[in-house]
Ligand binder design. Structure first.
Ligand code: PHE
Length: 453
């Protein structure tokens, strides 16, 4: 009975935009450009696209298969499909990962909102020293970042509580096209700057001498993070897909959209940065310190354009963050709704309130509340490390093993081919990758992160 009542996305476009909204996030606009910058530009991009296609997409399809077959939240999906066996733990771990990420992702998303506000008031003008000071004063402030974290979580709450069609799907149909338009306008403004050609060349002219195992593993890790794999988001969204959705085509479309946005983000940042002779650096400093300076210098002769570009850039970042937060929030909302048998409103409220608390502690840990640091790491860094570097690869690894080795092949094939109505030409290739290739490479990233190889 409960299965029949389960919500569904209303259209194919809704499915693509909502899932792409989860994938397209701060990872594309912020992490991808600096990873590409540090790892040789064009070479990194080529490897990244290969990793998305060969390793990311099979993992995404596997999460689609589990989610759509079980038609329930991620924890219950693994429990159902393994008849309550030990694999259930992976389902719970995915939900926990999604839940914990929501807390700290919301903090950075809140910073983006503050920067919309600051650029609107023209507060991002000044010399580089001032901009650096502005960021450190703001991010270590006790209450301001907390306030913005709460605001973005409340926005997410309002969308998620309205359900799949009226909330998530409708919001994605508005937010994603806006995001694309902003992105394209900024790319054009950046590429028209004098000296922008050097940035474009850096992005598209590969220098294969820069190819190292580190670059490869960096690209692989980035592709998994960027596709939102291993945190229950993809699996939860797929539980709302229709029986007729072509899973492999959907995965390919998401992979293309996600990669195009990442490359466009590079085209937005590198030409502008190169035109003023700044090298894009890593960490929060890229988007919150380096870029305001780049915009100020690059558009110094046309300050109004600089003002508009900065405003558009932070709006774009906030939209990207919001659509990802929606999917993260939905993982836990679906979990609480179905496991605690409460209404959607109540489930969403539980998630929002607990994420506000988590976000508050993460944010305060950056502001010098020393008791929120452990072993020299802030709570914020610990959340980032544990979820991104430990839980995410673990969930990805075991999901591959689960689908490749444990689930009956007939079930996997039926989902892949929509009960035989699709030809499923690539099914055996998919199965080979999910059984052997993907787990092996995920293991490599994991060991690399801990310095074992
Ligand atoms: N894929 C998102 C990004 O690129 C990050 C994310 C992680 C989103 C986990 C949802 C879940 O930023």
């Amino acid at each position: 009975m409960a299965q029949l009542e389960r919500a569904n996305f209303g259209s194919k476009l809704g499915i693509i935009l909502a899932t792409a909204g989860s994938a397209v996030g701060l990872g594309n606009v912020w992490r991808f450009p600096y990873m590409a910058g540090e790892n040789g530009g064009a070479v990194f991009i080529i490897l990244y696209v290969i990793c998305v296609l060969l390793l990311g997409l099979p993992c995404m399809i596997s999460e689609f298969i589990i989610g759509r077959h079980a038609r329930s939240n991620t924890a219950r999906a693994y429990r159902k499909m393994s008849n309550g066996g030990p694999w259930t733990v992976i389902g719970y771990l995915s939900v926990l990962t999604g839940f914990l990420i929501t807390g700290y992702y919301a903090v950075v998303s809140g910073w983006c909102l503050q920067y919309i506000y600051a650029s609107l008031l023209g507060r991002l003008h000044g010399d580089p020293q001032y901009i650096r000071q502005y960021f450190s004063t703001f991010s270590t402030d006790a209450w301001k970042p907390v306030l913005w974290t709460v605001i973005i979580l409340v926005m997410t709450h309002v969308i998620v509580r309205h359900g799949i069609r009226d909330g998530i799907e409708r919001a994605s149909k508005m937010l994603m096209p806006t995001l694309f338009i902003l992105l394209l306008v900024i790319v054009v403004a950046s590429c028209l700057l004098p000296g922008a050609g050097a940035g474009i060349e850096f992005l598209f002219n590969p220098d294969f001498s820069k190819l190292t195992p580190d670059v490869f593993l960096g690209a692989l890790g980035q592709s998994f993070y960027s596709l939102s794999i291993g945190m229950g988001c993809i699996c939860t969204f797929a539980s709302y897909y229709s029986r007729h959705t072509n899973l492999s085509n959907t995965a390919i479309q998401i992979g293309i959209i996600d990669s195009v946005v990442a490359v466009l983000a590079g085209l937005m940042i590198f030409p502008a940065a190169f035109s003023v002779g700044v090298s894009p650096d890593s960490g929060p400093s890229l988007i919150f310190i380096t870029l305001p300076n780049v915009f100020n210098q690059a558009f110094s002769t046309m300050p109004i354009v600089g003002y508009v570009v900065a405003l558009m850039f932070y709006s774009l970042l906030s939209l990207a963050a919001l659509t990802s937060l929606i999917s993260l929030h939905e993982v836990s909302t679906a979990f609480f709704q179905e496991e605690l048998h409460v209404t959607r409103n109540m489930a969403a409220l539980i998630v929002t309130v607990s994420c506000c608390l988590m976000g508050t502690f993460c944010s305060l840990s950056l502001g010098g509340v020393e008791s929120l640091s452990f072993l020299g790491k802030t709570l914020f860094d610990i959340f980032d490390f544990v979820t991104g570097q430990v839980f995410l690869p673990l969930c990805g690894f075991f999901t591959c093993l689960f689908v490749g080795w444990f689930m009956p092949h007939k079930v996997v094939r039926d989902e892949f081919t929509n009960n035989g109505t699709l030809r499923g030409r690539f099914f055996s290739v998919y199965l080979f990758f999910i059984k052997y290739v993907c787990p092996l490479f995920i293991l490599l990233i994991f060991m690399h992160q801990f310095g074992v190889i």
